[in-house]
Design a protein around this ligand. Structure first.
Ligand code: 13P
Length: 253
């Protein structure tokens, strides 16, 4: 039985005082223990330490939004944060392959695969994000696009690595647009993703958590989570509001 996982991706949002307020609200609104779900937040790297202190001994887990792709613990890579550094601060998850990084920072499938590997080398769980553009969706070949994104990583890291990974389907046209994929549209893609994995390994396909992301909010979360192959959400904008995010987490629980 797969547990639901809800991850808040704060993107480049927050401030010291704003984060404190947001987390205080979440700690108040979330139950003190969870049995059917896991909740995590991914703040900007600069705030990881303060967030870690504030969520200590709570149900909220910590994640990061990005990781260095090089296989070194430290070195001359200006501006980068290594997997080892994230592990030192108890990050459990790290996003890799987010469409914003693929697009604005020109991250290739090869870079995404390297980030995935570095995360696992330090015991972090990579959350591999994939998604198609509106043009690709309307062109009708979006499953091929998603398959290619997944295959590039599977070929590089091997199927067994997905025993310790999460996949997030985030259609680019639904990110920050208020335009969620319908629960049925999302379910169709999630089922296709699981099918792709089961062609390699049925047990991995069965246990793999596949999250949906793109304008998830309290009002549509329960409907998405009711779908057979949707195992939680990667939440952007709504993760910045304690009431919205806790309601999504409660729907997952
Ligand atoms: P929104 O929830 O703001 O659409 O963002 C989704 C996302 O990109 C999460 O990684």
């Amino acid at each position: 039985m797969r547990q639901n996982l809800v991850i808040g991706n704060w993107k480049m949002h927050g401030s010291r005082s704003g984060n404190e307020q947001l987390l205080a609200g979440l700690l108040e609104l979330l139950p003190s223990s969870l049995s059917n779900s896991v909740v995590a937040v991914c703040p900007p790297a600069l705030y990881i330490d303060a967030v870690k202190a504030q969520i200590a001994d709570s149900v909220i887990q910590l994640g990061a939004q990005n990781i260095c792709a090089e296989s070194v613990d430290q070195g001359a890579y200006t501006g980068e944060v290594s997997a080892k550094m994230l592990a030192e601060f108890d990050c459990k998850y790290v996003l890799v392959g987010h469409s914003e990084r693929r697009e604005y920072y020109v991250e290739s499938d090869a870079v995404v695969a390297n980030k995935f590997k570095q995360a696992q080398a330090q015991g972090l769980t990579p959350v591999l994000c994939i998604g198609e553009s509106l043009e690709q969706r309307e062109g009708g070949d979006y499953i091929a696009v998603l398959t290619a994104q997944l295959k590039a990583v599977i070929d590089a890291v091997g199927i067994a690595a997905f025993n310790y990974a999460v996949v997030a389907y985030e259609p680019i046209w639904a990110i920050g647009t208020g335009k969620t994929a319908s629960a049925e549209q999302a379910q169709d893609v999630h089922a296709a993703i699981r099918d792709l994995f089961s062609e390699h390994d049925a047990a991995i396909a069965e246990q793999l958590q596949v999250l949906y992301g793109g304008s998830v909010k309290a009002a549509n979360a329960a409907e998405l989570f009711a779908m057979e192959d949707i195992d939680g959400a990667l939440v952007g904008g709504a993760s910045l509001k304690a009431e919205e995010f806790s309601a999504i987490c409660n729907a997952a629980e």
